[in-house]
Ligand binder design. Structure first.
Ligand code: FES
Ligand code: FES
Length: 152
């Protein structure tokens, strides 16, 4: 086991990890962070998405030891208080049904809107291409992201 220290949702955390443990398992099973979901466990579905130093990554593909000294943000940590405008927009647009994809989608869209506050529909589709949703047909998700970016 190897000790790692990293910032998790704004708080310094130190934990001993096996060199083979993936970040997703450490977050969910050992640190009580349940928003990243284990969908495919092979990088295909995006349900495990977290932000690593502000960039969306698949936590099922990242070894926990790789985040030593870095900053990890999950859905639990994106709003200091209450919900973000994007989360409110998801509610207003019924952009989830079962909700399994939502944490990953919202984190990916949070990154998009930070870098590009007024994305076109094509840019939203492109940004979310790696986040699969079985339920919504994607249109409500796209509408919610565009509305949160100031589009009608
Ligand atoms: S669980 Fe990581 S991409 Fe599917
Ligand atoms: S709301 Fe069910 S997978 Fe997206």
């Amino acid at each position: 086991m190897t000790d790692i220290t990293f910032m998790l949702n704004g708080e310094a955390r130190t934990i001993a990890v096996d060199p083979h443990e993936v970040l997703l398992d450490v977050l969910r099973d050992r640190l009580g962070i349940k928003s990243p979901k284990a969908g495919c466990n092979r990088g295909d579905c995006g349900t495990c998405t977290v932000l690593l130093d502000g960039r969306s990554v698949r936590s099922c593909l990242i070894l926990a030891i790789e985040v030593d000294g870095h900053e990890v943000t999950t859905l639990e940590g994106i709003a200091a208080d209450g919900l973000t405008a994007l989360q409110e927009s998801f509610i207003a647009h019924d952009a989830f049904q079962c909700g399994f994809c939502a944490p990953g989608v919202i984190l990916t869209a949070t990154e998009l809107l930070r870098d590009n506050p007024h994305p076109s529909m094509e840019e939203v589709k492109e940004a979310l291409a790696g986040n699969l949703c079985r339920c919504t047909g994607y249109r409500p998700i796209i509408d919610a992201v565009m509305a949160a970016g100031g589009e009608p």
